[in-house]
Unconditional design. Structure first.
Length: 380
């Protein structure tokens, strides 16, 4: 089967690139042919070793845009999306592929589809939505209902539930997200039993992550063994970049804390994660409760125990015991969680390893893509 992956997210790398890679490589492992469709002048951050076709109309990035410029950018993006959809419909009519996957979607993608001929596609079109929060769900329901009469339009929502806030639709499937793994390393993950513990606070940096507060708490901890902490921050917005630089300077005298203010892509990212013994995710934003955490699923895929806020995919850490959780935005309990995690790491190593093996089996990329293919071929 020929599968078209239509990607329009402009990114300098990161989890969007790795998610596309999961789709490409897992489809190929099942014997399918994959073709990438991207906007004209789109820069691929990874060589997927598959054919690439360019769609009319450049992608639009919101980075650095404010006010009217951001509004105009949004309008331009919507107009281009209509062009991309129409072009994909023509290609589908000419049997260029057997199915279309749109890997990172929102209800806005579905809203645009309701005004486009692609909704009448002769081949299955699967929109992957990476979670829904309460503010989005009414809009999502509205657009999904309009698409019920178009049998080849399906929506896969990445979630840990069997319904979307108690609602089900014949054209919507709830699918568990996949883990991210070290695809370019000869990597044999193990839980370290001795030596300095190396912890990481990794991912895209936003001011909402309250890094100052976290570092003050970390420095107040009483650990029973040596600990090193690496803070990696990829920043998109200038305000976030300035804040990360401020924090790096503020804590520069602590030799057991290292700051990396840059994005890590591909092999460099994989090696950095592989070199850690645990990941710390103290993020407090409520949206992490509803959208799957790419960093948590990186931790699972790399067999890294975690210290995580209770708002981060609680269904996962309630079912699999590979770390310590604490109530969001509660610094005293964060300190207790950090101390408990570090000081009991060795004695819990075997348990963490067993639980991470279980989690990797449940959330494997192979299981995810097989479920996606099954949904694409069947309408409930």
């Amino acid at each position: 089967m020929k599968i078209a992956i239509m990607e329009s997210i402009l990114t300098s790398g990161g989890h969007e690139t790795d998610f596309d890679r999961i789709l490409v490589e897992e489809f190929q492992s099942l014997g399918h042919e994959v073709i990438l469709y991207v906007p004209e002048k789109f820069t691929l951050q990874h060589d997927y070793n598959v054919p690439v076709q360019y769609l009319p109309g450049e992608g639009v990035s919101y980075t650095g845009l404010k006010g009217l410029r951001k509004i105009f950018g949004s309008v331009r993006k919507e107009l281009n999306r209509q062009r991309w959809y129409s072009d994909m419909f023509k290609r589908a009519e000419h049997s260029e592929f057997d199915a279309i996957i749109i890997p990172t979607s929102t209800y806005r993608y579905l809203r645009a589809l309701n005004f486009n001929v692609l909704r009448k596609s002769p081949v299955p079109v699967i929109f992957i939505v990476h979670g829904l929060n309460p503010k989005e769900v009414a809009s999502f329901f509205k657009e999904v209902k309009k698409l019920r009469d178009y049998p080849n339009i399906r929506v896969a929502v990445l979630t840990f539930a069997d319904s979307i806030f108690g609602r089900t639709f014949p054209n919507v499937d709830c699918i568990r997200p996949p883990v991210y793994t070290a695809r370019d390393l000869d990597y044999n993950p193990t839980i370290k039993k001795q030596g300095t513990l190396k912890l990481g606070f990794f991912g895209q940096y936003r001011r909402e992550k309250n890094l100052d507060q976290f570092l003050d708490t970390f420095l107040s901890c009483r650990f029973s063994e040596p600990v090193e902490l690496t803070i990696q921050g990829a920043t998109v917005h200038p305000d976030d970049a300035a804040d990360f630089e401020r924090i790096s300077e503020k804590y520069s005298d602590y030799r057991h804390i290292t700051f990396w203010h840059r994005g890590l892509i591909g092999l460099e990212w994989q090696e950095a994660i592989a070199g850690l013994d645990g990941l710390i995710m103290p993020y407090a934003a409520e949206r992490y409760r509803y959208h799957w955490s790419a960093m948590l699923f990186t931790a699972i895929g790399y067999y890294k125990p975690v210290v995580a806020s209770s708002s981060i995919n609680p269904e996962v850490l309630n079912e699999y015991n590979f770390g310590t959780t604490f109530p969001s935005s509660d610094c005293p309990t964060l300190q207790v969680a950090l101390e408990q995690f570090v000081n009991s790491y060795r004695q819990n190593a075997d348990l963490y390893e067993q639980e991470l093996i279980r989690a990797n089996s449940a959330f494997s990329a192979a299981v995810f893509v097989s479920r996606l293919i099954g949904f694409g071929g069947n309408r409930g």
